[in-house]
Design a protein around this ligand. Structure first.
Ligand code: WTA
Length: 646
């Protein structure tokens, strides 16, 4: 748990003076005008057809935002800025391997997005076909997303670190027959083969898939391509100079699908709409990240997750900002990598995750101290609770005690930020995200849905819809209702359940405590314990497995797997390796358990349920409390001993 500190920080006057939003009256304005207040977000976009209504609640919790409106996301992120005279303005800056850089102006972006959109169409992609994108952090990733958006084909970006199996599961679930991937990519100086993972995934699919392959490694692609695989570069050449009119989409049409982890072994396809999502991403980028077209803005998250979708691609580009992306890791070739990038690009606003900040802290302040970070105006964090110590370190050593910090709570499902201070208005309290954003109905409630007293632990919910919200889960309206809406709704009062625990203070500041379900957050990567467990129990010789999150100094949470074997097998190193391999094959190396602890049995209640809480306590070396309700209390000592030897 990350308690908030009692300290308070005010935004510097110099920031407030230039802030996009600095009038505290905005909270009341939104309340008094709800839901019409949300027109303000839609006004940030250009619409082909004006919407008839702001919000249609008639089929709640299947809400519709801006129904009747029509627009195109790629037009809003590119064309309109060119029409406004910004064609030479940098849209995208990319930092590849050391010192390898590329800049795309809005005109360059327009050219490549159009050529790729034309090529995809020629390959057979039609409106509403889901295109899977499996690319690392190279400019072709946002370009492919925008090309899909241009022709009305929803994209489903799968994080490049996912395994072949995970890619196949997601393509199958989304009925996707198109894939954009690359030959490989660089990480810590090594070249990784991405295409072999993609090829393996395709072998497991029972449908024909058309693939576009980006040549990232600079080796000849030709001989490695099959009949239905196309070289990205050649496609661009054959479509050089071609333009495609942006397809007008209904506000409610799907812009993209994003798979995320939940409480079951099956990942969920979260659906985001074109109108509400884009309006909300643009609005929060303006109000919370304070983005302006002349800014160079950097979100260090991978575009393979929602943060990169909303706050590297759609939000900043909708506002005509320069958005930066980088390939690799913060400590390669050395621990100054990020600060060098900030200095070289004179970054104005920087958005990252607490796990990264904790790593910077551990490495020491001398790395940022060597660089000129004075261009920074605002800092942000997302993805996990930030402890006050890390907050203060970030404030002092990166922000020079001169930049407000926005600690933004949100989720894949919410599409954009929900709880945060507004940087030009709010007092900051390290460790506490802040009040709900204007118009957002985030609340902390007890199990029965009643508001809780300040300081008590409760559940974080939202008692009103918002434009950036997801619309449903792909092909699974039932799970959408059951998991997110049924736990706290009563009658027609629909309440969204986030899956997080939280506290609230007397001033309405919310401190997020973390997940209360079987989802864990490892270095900002969201994982379901069930997904990991099913990979482990698939290993011959394993009888049962329980996976829990234990606290970890830099990663926030680490994965602890408790495993019992069947009669055929004694636990040994080989089995441990198999277990780790199996998790890497099913999900990816980022899901690798920190520890695999063998135990003759898992601790169970008399009714046979695995006591996960107890395992969590063991992983965290916390007091175990009462174990007398266990059917097999004797295993506890053995597990503790095995964990210590590990
Ligand atoms: C956690 C990432 C505390 C939370 C945008 C949530 C946070 C999960 C914060 C969603 C924050 C996100 N403080 N916890 N500022 N932001 N979380 O879907 O547990 O990858 O439910 O979206 O991250 O993770 P997801």
């Amino acid at each position: 748990m990350a308690p908030s500190s009692d300290e308070r920080y005010e935004p510097p006057e110099s920031f407030v003076e230039q802030a996009n939003v600095s009038d505290p009256g905005i909270y009341d304005e939104f309340e008094e005008n709800w839901p019409d207040c949300w027109e303000r977000t839609a006004d940030l976009l250009d619409w082909d057809e004006q919407y008839d209504q702001v919000l249609d609640e008639s089929d709640a919790p299947f809400y519709e935002w801006f129904p009747g409106g029509r627009l195109n996301a790629s037009y809003n992120c590119i064309d309109r800025h060119i029409e406004a005279g910004q064609k030479s303005h940098a849209a995208l800056k990319w930092e590849g391997k050391r010192r390898e850089t590329r800049t795309y102006t809005y005109q360059d972006l327009y050219g490549e997005v159009n050529e790729l959109a034309a090529a995809l169409r020629d390959l057979g992609v039609e409106e509403d076909d889901v295109v899977t994108i499996y690319l690392p952090m190279i400019p072709e990733l946002p370009i492919a997303m925008l090309a899909c958006a241009r022709i009305g084909a929803p994209h489903s970006v799968v994080f490049a670190g996912f395994s072949a199996d995970a890619l196949a599961t997601r393509m199958k679930s989304a009925d996707s027959e198109y894939l954009v991937t690359c030959d490989g990519y660089y990480r810590r100086g090594n070249a990784f083969n991405q295409k072999s993972k993609a090829d393996n995934a395709l072998m497991g699919l029972d449908r024909q898939v058309t693939t576009v392959v980006v040549d990232r490694l600079g080796r000849d692609l030709d001989h490695s391509l099959d009949d239905d695989q196309y070289d990205y570069e050649e496609l661009l050449l054959t479509h050089a100079g071609t333009t495609v009119s942006p397809v007008a989409r209904d506000a409610e049409d799907m812009l993209f699908l994003m798979y995320t982890s939940g409480t079951t072994g099956q990942p969920k396809g979260v659906i985001h709409s074109t109108g509400g999502y884009l309006a909300y991403a643009a609005w929060t980028s303006r109000a919370v990240l304070d983005l302006k077209p002349e800014d160079t803005y950097w979100c260090s998250a991978d575009i393979g997750w929602i943060t990169g979708h909303s706050y590297t691609v759609y939000g900043p580009l909708a506002l005509g900002t320069t958005t930066l992306l980088y390939e690799g890791t913060p400590d390669y070739p050395d621990r100054s990598r990020l600060w060098e990038i900030v200095e070289r690009n004179a970054v104005d606003v920087f958005y990252t995750a607490p796990t990264a900040i904790r790593a910077f802290m551990k490495w020491g302040q001398e790395y940022p101290a060597d660089y000129d970070l004075s261009s920074l105006r605002l800092l942000g964090t997302v993805g996990e609770p930030i402890n006050p110590r890390a907050w203060k370190w970030y404030y002092k050593h990166i922000g020079g005690e001169d930049c407000p910090i926005v600690d933004t709570w949100w989720q894949t499902e919410t599409g954009g930020m929900m709880v945060s201070t507004l940087p030009g208005i709010g007092t900051m309290k390290p460790g506490s995200a802040g009040p709900p954003l204007p118009g957002i109905g985030a609340r902390v409630v007890s199990e029965d849905g009643a508001p809780i007293d300040p300081g008590e632990r409760g559940y974080l919910v939202a008692d009103r819809p918002w434009p950036g919200m997801f619309r449903t889960l792909y092909g699974n309206d039932g799970r959408y209702r059951e998991e997110y809406w049924e736990p706290f709704s009563e009658g027609d009062d629909w309440v969204y359940f986030s899956g997080d625990g939280a506290t609230i203070d007397y001033e309405g500041y919310i401190t997020v405590l973390g997940r209360v379900d079987d989802v864990i957050n490892v270095s900002g990567h969201r994982l379901g314990t069930m997904e990991i467990e099913s990979a482990i129990v698939g290993v011959p010789g394993v009888a049962e497995a329980a996976v829990v999150g234990g606290q970890h100094e830099t990663n926030g949470t680490a994965i602890y797997a408790y495993v019992s074997t069947d009669h055929s097998r004694d636990p040994d190193e080989t089995l441990r390796e198999r277990i780790v391999e199996s998790v890497e094959d099913a999900i990816g190396p980022f899901a690798r358990p920190e520890a695999v602890v063998f135990t003759p049995e898992l601790p169970k209640t008399r009714s046979g349920k695995i006591m996960r809480r107890l395992l969590e306590n063991i992983a965290n070396r916390e007091p175990l409390g009462d174990t007398s309700t266990l059917r097999n209390p004797e295993v506890v000592g053995e597990i503790e001993a095995a964990g210590r030897d590990d």
